[in-house]
Design a protein around this ligand. Structure first.
Ligand code: KIV
Ligand code: NA
Length: 277
């Protein structure tokens, strides 16, 4: 199978076909996403929280994220892939940014790198684009800035903040970003931005007016026993189903219902066993 490219994604965008994006955080979720009908797989640094148990995305070491990318990518053969540049892996110098970006791109299969922010990373974003690495922007709620934002809150509700987000969106488009994530902003604003840009927007908590939608795989599948954000739609309760299954297994072990020698076991000829004992 041929892996999808940015040209394939732009074709969907130009024909106004809604684009579906899901995150993956390991080999299993990578394979699941690859086998699914989604258009894009995002290796989100949200994996720090949902797959590794860090309290925020700030704590994950680059190498830890990098190895998760390796795991996901082993499961990918057809989907277009976007990966994050995690907190601390690109901000301190242009050299560091290029080095981290190169490490990720050398894994192969990654079609774009995502950076949270705008003006403050003008040089970084421009450099990566110059080097032929498509960059996906990310504005609105930026989880890597949750300390400064005072938590994970909806952004752009006030008209002045909305104007600022519009400026950032145009700025990132003019810098040459290929796509733009809009996280947790009012749906009217997300639709306005989408209608006034000529690059695809990927919304999360941004209503139905964006070019694409993204959900975190563990949210989509209900994998964690936690209250999810308002913008999440869990499509199944994996946590409950999984817990029930593991409990059934444990009960079966204790009641000798599993394993069944005939169904799950291996036969030894009577004569062989007699010779043995
Ligand atoms: O890390 C992530 O999962 C993301 C998406 C929610 C956009 O950046
Ligand atoms: Na992210």
């Amino acid at each position: 199978v041929r892996q999808h490219t940015l040209a394939d994604i732009n074709k969907l965008y130009n024909s106004k076909t809604p684009i579906s994006v899901v995150t993956a955080h390991d080999y299993i979720t990578g394979r699941l996403a690859d086998a699914s009908k989604v258009d894009i797989v995002l290796i989100g640094d949200s994996l720090a929280m949902v797959a590794k148990g860090f309290p925020s995305t700030l704590e994950i070491p680059f190498d830890d994220y990098y190895y998760s990318c390796l795991s996901v990518l082993r499961g990918i053969s057809s989907k277009y892939v976007i990966a994050d540049l995690p907190f601390g892996s690109f901000e301190s110098s242009l050299e560091k940014c290029v080095e981290s970006a190169m490490k990720l791109m050398k894994l192969g299969k990654i079609g774009s790198l995502k950076i949270e922010g705008s003006y403050e990373f003008t040089r970084e974003i421009s450099r990566l684009i110059q080097l032929g690495i498509p960059v996906t922007g990310h504005i609105g709620l930026q989880p890597q800035k949750f300390n400064a934002l005072g938590g994970y809150k909806v952004q752009g509700k006030l008209s002045t903040d909305a104007v600022e987000l519009y400026k950032q969106a145009l700025f990132l488009q003019d810098l040459g970003c290929s796509m733009l994530v809009l996280e947790c902003i009012p749906y009217k604003l997300a639709k306005f931005l989408t209608d006034n840009l000529r690059i695809p927007t990927i919304g999360i908590g941004a209503g139905q007016g964006t070019s694409a939608q993204v959900l975190v795989m563990s949210d989509l599948l209900g994998m964690l026993n936690e209250k999810s954000a308002k913008f999440v739609k869990p499509y199944m309760n994996f946590n409950e189903l999984g817990l029930n299954a593991v409990n059934s297994y444990s009960e079966d072990v204790k009641s000798h219902a599993f394993p069944n020698d005939h169904t799950h076991g291996y036969v030894m000829k009577d004569q062989e066993f007699e010779d043995f004992v």
